[in-house]
Design a binder for this molecule. Structure first.
Ligand code: ADE
Length: 320
């Protein structure tokens, strides 16, 4: 096929290989962990000096887990650099001195960590710039009060916009993320959001616009589009559904979606009958209406990331 298909099958680019002697990993305090992976803080020694980095590895040496981490490296390599994606710095894949058989993926370190935790931590001092009017009114508070608020409505909008920019870029590369959720969004030292965790990503190889996964893998059902849940159909449009749930998380300051619901077949039936998440406390009616567009049953009727970008751009222009 096309160049895009070739790229994903391209051999591992050896120029990314890092000498394990240049990498110092702090195993004492993990930054985060997922199903098979765990992320540690580290320091990378280069000619330019020492840089803080994040290092992802597997929890055990199960070959399947190592294989899935290697395929994640290839996906990140294929995707290439974007300012709202946690960029790849390098990897340790070879057993240079027979000390280890582990794989280490070295990526940019994001100082403020997970956006989900950041929002929960700062809930108490959130500045609701929409208020009852539903339009941004930053000037209505003194700059002193605003400085006391770590997070405000305009930050949520900027972060939504940054995530959309990254998702639009992924869509242009025909990459389905597959796990779009606030827990996979990180904040760097400049408070810029970066998408991470491409462990569940899939490249769309064909023109059929969907890919399927094995039925037995546990799924983040609260974020999944109904067609992904019932028939394992993942697409750019199922990422849009998940992004709608992420918007709900943003504008509730990271509440658990469908908090009182436990998963069973009833959930899909409710969604099929039109049951949806409620309007978040800090979203206005326009933003909630856009979330509901992302949750259209028919994937084709959902907005794409380019139209979502235009939608959020109008809110960016209103700020000063
Ligand atoms: N947790 C998971 N990945 C991280 C990263 N790249 N930076 C900071 N914290 C993380």
């Amino acid at each position: 096929g096309d160049g895009v298909t070739k790229a994903i099958y391209h051999p591992y680019d050896k120029t990314f290989e890092i000498n394990p002697d240049d990498l110092l990993i702090d195993f004492q305090s993990p930054l985060g962990q997922g199903q098979f992976g765990v992320v540690f803080q580290g320091k990378l020694q280069t000619k330019q000096g020492t840089h803080p980095v994040a290092v992802k590895t597997t929890k055990d040496s199960d070959v399947n887990h190592l294989r899935s981490l290697l395929s994640e490296i290839k996906i990140i390599m294929y995707i290439g650099k974007h300012e709202n994606i946690v960029n790849l710095i390098g990897a340790v894949t070879r057993d240079l001195k027979k000390r280890t058989r582990d794989v280490y993926v070295v990526v940019e370190y994001c100082q403020f960590g997970c956006l989900e935790e950041h929002l929960r931590t700062h809930r108490g001092t959130f500045f609701d710039e929409f208020g009852v009017s539903g339009v941004i009114r930053s000037a209505s508070r003194s700059s002193y009060v605003r400085l006391q608020c770590v997070v405000k409505t305009s930050d949520l909008i900027i972060w939504a916009y940054q995530i959309i920019s990254a998702m639009e870029y992924l869509a242009s590369k025909n990459v389905v993320h597959g796990d779009v959720a606030l827990r996979n969004m990180l904040l760097d030292a400049n408070q810029v959001v970066k998408i991470t965790d491409f462990g569940l990503s899939k490249h769309i190889y064909t023109q059929t616009q969907y890919v399927t996964t094995k039925k037995d893998t546990p799924v983040p059902w609260r974020w999944l589009a109904p067609e992904a849940l019932s028939d394992n159909i993942f697409s750019l449009q199922s990422d849009v559904w998940s992004f709608g749930v992420l918007l709900y998380e943003l504008f509730t300051l990271a509440e658990l979606p469908y908090a009182v619901v436990t998963y069973n077949d009833e959930f899909l039936r409710l969604i099929g009958n039109g049951f949806r998440l409620n309007q978040p406390l800090y979203a206005n009616t326009e933003i909630y209406a856009m979330m509901r567009e992302c949750w259209r049953l028919d994937p084709k009727e959902r907005p794409n990331f380019t139209s979502l970008k235009h939608f959020f751009h109008q809110f960016l222009r209103m700020q000063h």
